[in-house]
Design a protein around this ligand. Structure first.
Ligand code: ADP
Ligand code: MG
Length: 591
């Protein structure tokens, strides 16, 4: 049997891990780092690039690249890359395929199965879309687990003999999840979870970018319309300034020209942490209410929490750590790297699936993060009114769960019912999310109202199945919901598989060269004109050597020399390719 890997498929970064002899181990990608940027690009000759090389390309040719597509999972949004279009499912599948290849190269074995993590608050469409992306990438998705649950698994794996109540606060690029859980005697019990699927570090960068544009008397949309490269570079500068403000009190934000060039002495804008935090104030109520909701659902007071665990890149912001410190009266805990802890937990889950000896005695229970039910009519006074929500599975019910409710036909001789299925907490369906519907036909003609049994089954991956049984006739109708989003139906699968098969990945052995070339080209936009000529000459020489490497005598020597010269010169300028992530200062959060 091949190995099952764990994949953290993030909005901004993705990672893979596998269960090793001593515990979960991260898998390096083809450029030797653990974090793979969740970016897909298509080159002019229709080759797919992902990860670090695609990230460089997103600064040079943003119109050929897509990022943050996880936010559009489970919707019908279409991404345009060059003259091609892709759905979020297809882009995710390309990313997954490249992660799978990296893992295969590193482990030296075929990988056909994976545990993929999703935000706890991902709805049924988003989960099915993730599952479908896996299938398109040639991966059987053994299980999807919630990201905070995965983080907790990492803590639980290493600390299983303690008895604790934990709150996992996971603020990534695009989503916030807050989860409450207990660890005792190797068992991990999720008690309650809640979240927001449109709140994360990318919103903070977007807020900063908006502010910068206002200072310049323009707007993000205008800036993008003038030149997408200028916009992409400004985004990069805003993101870098945001990250610096996690360590510094004040920073100079470089302002690129509309076409993306930074020029000899770029204009800068000074930004203090205080000012930045005041721009983000409007997000605070959402962060707080999410924590409050989880605590209320779990009937827990802040003082009862033993540890608050930080997960996700955006939790490095002092604003976030301070908020949690004040709310819980103790500093949050960050024993494992917040970028890596989810992937490691996915590997622990994969280990549980493989019956790996290292996880033998670990038991995990998770919950359904939201209420699921159907639309019904209610008799209010003398009239029947439509549009009400009948919950069948309540939020925070332990998984897996199967529940049944009985509903009745509304009038004599009613022969069919369209069961509308919703997710949400409101008593009216208009405020909840429609997941799909199930048409029940062939109800026997009768003068009295007929019973219809509706059964909801919510599995360990968070995928919902609905069954309807017509009382007297014994007829059963079954549906795995997916009708609302394109690309999820079974008939779409073959079509998408064929479509995806036509895309070729950039040849693996040449991707590193392409990566260096793109990296050097995007550095060009940042250096002074004095150094620019020399850099451009070295890039040209490298590109020429790349063409000739396999074709002329001594081509290889020429190639390696020109590569070395280019990297040396870039280093002189202060630019290093594949710099390992900065050692971050987590000391302050350690217990
Ligand atoms: P995801 O899992 O959604 O891909 P990550 O957990 O990788 O997200 O977090 C990425 C987000 O964290 C990005 O928005 C990034 O800008 C932000 N981020 C990373 N490091 C820092 C930092 N030091 N300070 C502030 N934000 C950060
Ligand atoms: Mg994440």
């Amino acid at each position: 049997m091949g190995r099952i890997i764990g994949i953290d498929l993030g909005t901004t970064h993705s990672l893979c891990a596998v269960m090793g002899g001593g515990g979960p181990e991260l898998i390096p990608n083809r450029v030797g780092t653990y974090l793979t940027p969740s970016i897909v690009a298509i080159t002019a000759d229709n080759h797919i690039l992902t990860g670090a090389a695609a990230k460089e390309m997103s600064l040079l040719e943003p119109e050929r690249c897509a990022a943050r597509f996880k936010r559009m999972m489970g919707t019908n949004h279409v991404f345009r890359l060059g003259d091609q279009t892709f759905s979020a499912i297809e882009l995710s599948s390309l990313l997954l395929k490249s992660l799978k290849r990296d893992a295969e190269a590193h482990l030296g074995t075929r990988i056909e199965e994976a545990v993929i993590t999703v935000p706890a608050y991902f709805n049924d469409h988003q989960r099915k879309a993730t599952q479908r992306a896996g299938e398109l990438a040639g991966l059987k998705v053994t299980r999807m687990i919630n990201e905070p649950t995965a983080a907790a698994l990492t803590y639980g794996f290493h600390d299983r003999h303690s008895e604790r109540r934990l709150l996992v606060f996971d603020l990534g690029g695009g989503t916030l999840d807050v989860t409450l859980m207990d660890i005792f005697e190797s068992s991990l019990e999720i008690i309650a979870t809640s979240g927001q699927s449109m709140l994360g570090g990318e919103d903070f960068t977007a807020t900063l970018l908006q502010w910068v544009c206002e200072q310049e008397g323009t707007s993000p949309n205008q800036r993008r319309a003038v030149d997408p490269r200028g916009y992409a570079r400004l985004w990069k500068e805003c993101e870098a300034a945001k990250v610096r403000l996690s360590w510094e009190q004040s920073t100079a934000l470089r302002l690129p020209e509309p076409d993306g060039l930074l020029g000899e002495e770029p204009t800068t804008l000074t930004l203090t942490r205080e000012r930045f935090e005041s721009l983000l104030e409007r997000f605070q109520p959402r962060l707080v209410s999410c924590i409050q909701k989880t605590l209320n659902d779990g009937r827990t007071q802040p003082e009862q929490i033993d540890h608050v665990i930080l997960v996700g890149g955006a939790t490095r912001m002092p604003m976030v750590a301070n908020l949690l410190r004040e709310g819980f009266g103790k500093p949050p805990l960050c024993r494992y790297h917040p970028d890596e802890v989810v992937a490691m937990g996915a590997a622990v889950q994969a280990g549980l699936y493989e019956n790996h000896v290292a996880v033998e005695d670990l038991v995990l229970t998770d919950v359904c993060p939201f209420t699921l039910g159907i639309a019904v009519s209610k008799q209010l006074g003398r009239d029947y009114r439509t549009g009400y929500f009948l919950p069948i599975i309540h939020r925070n019910t332990t998984l897996p769960v199967s529940r049944e409710e009985v509903v009745y036909t509304l009038y004599p001789n009613q022969r069919e019912v369209d069961v509308m299925i919703y997710q949400g907490e409101s008593r009216k369906i208009k405020d909840n999310l429609l997941l799909g519907h199930l048409k029940v036909t062939g109800i026997p003609a009768a003068t009295e109202e007929q019973e219809i049994f509706i059964r909801f089954t919510y599995d360990l991956s968070g995928v919902l199945e609905v069954e309807a049984l017509v009382g007297d006739s014994g007829r059963t109708f079954r549906s795995v919901l997916s009708q609302q989003v394109k690309g999820l139906d079974e008939k779409d699968l073959q079509e998408a598989l064929a479509r995806m098969a036509q895309y070729k990945f950039y040849p693996r052995d040449q991707e590193a060269h392409q990566h260096l070339l793109l990296f050097a080209e995007q550095v060009l936009a940042e250096v002074s004109s004095r150094r620019r000529d020399e850099l451009e000459r070295l890039i040209d020489a490298y590109e020429a050597a790349l063409w000739e490497a396999g074709q002329v005598e001594n081509g290889q020597t020429w190639f390696f020399e020109s590569r070395q010269k280019l990297t040396d010169y870039l280093e002189d300028l202060g630019y290093t390719l594949n710099q390992p992530p900065e050692e971050s200062d987590f000391g302050q959060f350690k217990p």
